[in-house]
Design a protein around this ligand. Structure first.
Ligand code: HPA
Length: 278
C-alpha cells in the first residue's frame, strides 16, 4: 500500500468511526422526540383521548385525571398524561381537521406506541332525529377528503370503521351510565364553511343539495377528523373510536351555548374514559 492509498483508507476508516456513532445518536434522538409532540418516550400513555381544542385537553386532564403531567406545549397544542381509576391515560389536543390530527396520530402511534385512541369532539347534527347535546358515536366515517385516495389510489373506496370492541364497549358503558348515545355513519369534511352549490350534480328532484344526499343515505352528523383517525388506526392495526357531542344543528339551524356545550361534553368524556381503560 502506498502512502496515498494508506491516507485514503485512514480517512475512510476515520470517517466511518466518527459517522456511525453520530448517525446512531441522531437516530436515537429522533426516535425519542417527535417533531410536533416532542415528549420523551414513556411520557405518553398507550390509551389516549383526542380533543381538538387544547383548552379542552387541559380541562379534561384537570377535572377527570389524577397525577397529571403535561408533556407538551409545542405550538400551544397541549398534551397531558394522568391516571383515570389508576390506569395511565393521555389527553392530546389535535387541532382541527384531517391534516392537523394526522400529524398527532402519526406521532402518537409511531413515536409513542399509542394503542387505543378515542376522539372526543363536537359535530354538527345533519338529521332531524339528531338534537343539540346528543352524544353520537361514529360507527363509520365517510369523507370528502382525498386521504383514502392518497393511500389506495382511485381503485378502492376503503371503508373507514370504528374498532368494533371499542364501539361495543362504549355502547355498553353508555347504557350502564344511563347516557343515551346514537351510533351511525358521519361525514368527515375538509370544509367547515360549505354553502356552495352541489358540484357533483343534482339529486332526485334536481334541487337537492350535497347535505340532502348525505341525509338521505343516513349520515347523522358532520365533523372534520374521524376519517383520519380510522384510516391511521387501520394502517397501524391499533384501536380507534370517535365520539361527539352535537354542538350545531344543521337541520334546524341551532347552536349550543357555551354552558350547554360544557355540560354535555362531560357525558361524552365519561363514556370515553370508561371505554379507554377497559
Ligand atoms: N361542520 C363541521 N364540523 C363541525 C361542525 C360543523 O357544522 N360542528 C362541529 N364540528
Amino acid at each position: 500500500m502506498n502512502r496515498r492509498e494508506f491516507l485514503k483508507l485512514a480517512a475512510f476508516t476515520a470517517a466511518n468511526f466518527v459517522l456511525i456513532p453520530v448517525q446512531h445518536t441522531l437516530a436515537k434522538e429522533t426516535d425519542s422526540m417527535s417533531i410536533h409532540i416532542a415528549a420523551k418516550v414513556g411520557e405518553v400513555a398507550e390509551r389516549v383521548l383526542l380533543p381538538g381544542d387544547p383548552v379542552r385537553a387541559k380541562n379534561i386532564a384537570e377535572n377527570f385525571l389524577t397525577d397529571v403531567h403535561q408533556y407538551t406545549a409545542v405550538r400551544n397544542i397541549l398534551g397531558f398524561t394522568g391516571k383515570y381509576k389508576g390506569v395511565p391515560v393521555s389527553v392530546q389536543a389535535t387541532g382541527m381537521g384531517i391534516p392537523s390530527i394526522s400529524i398527532y396520530l402519526h406521532e402518537l402511534i409511531e413515536s409513542y406506541g399509542a394503542k387505543k385512541l378515542i376522539r372526543v369532539g363536537t359535530c354538527g347534527g345533519m338529521n332531524e332525529n339528531i338534537r343539540l347535546r346528543d352524544v353520537l358515536i361514529a360507527q363509520g366515517s365517510s369523507t370528502d377528503s382525498s386521504i383514502v385516495h392518497q393511500v389506495f389510489g382511485g381503485g378502492v373506496n376503503f371503508s373507514l370503521l370504528a374498532d368494533f370492541d371499542l364501539l361495543r364497549t362504549a355502547v355498553n358503558v353508555a347504557e350502564s351510565l344511563k347516557l343515551p348515545v346514537k351510533v351511525g355513519n358521519v361525514i368527515c369534511t375538509d370544509l367547515f364553511y360549505n354553502d356552495y352549490d352541489d358540484v357533483n350534480g343534482t339529486f332526485g328532484d334536481g334541487k337537492r343539495t350535497f347535505n340532502d344526499k348525505l341525509r338521505k343515505h343516513g349520515i347523522l352528523a358532520v365533523e372534520m377528523e374521524s376519517a383520519a383517525l380510522y384510516l391511521h388506526a387501520a394502517a397501524a392495526n391499533v384501536q380507534a373510536l370517535a365520539i361527539f357531542t352535537v354542538s350545531d344543528d344543521l337541520w334546524r339551524g341551532e347552536r349550543c351555548t357555551t354552558e350547554e356545550r360544557q355540560s354535555s361534553f362531560n357525558d361524552m368524556i365519561k363514556i370515553a374514559l370508561e371505554t379507554v381503560i377497559q
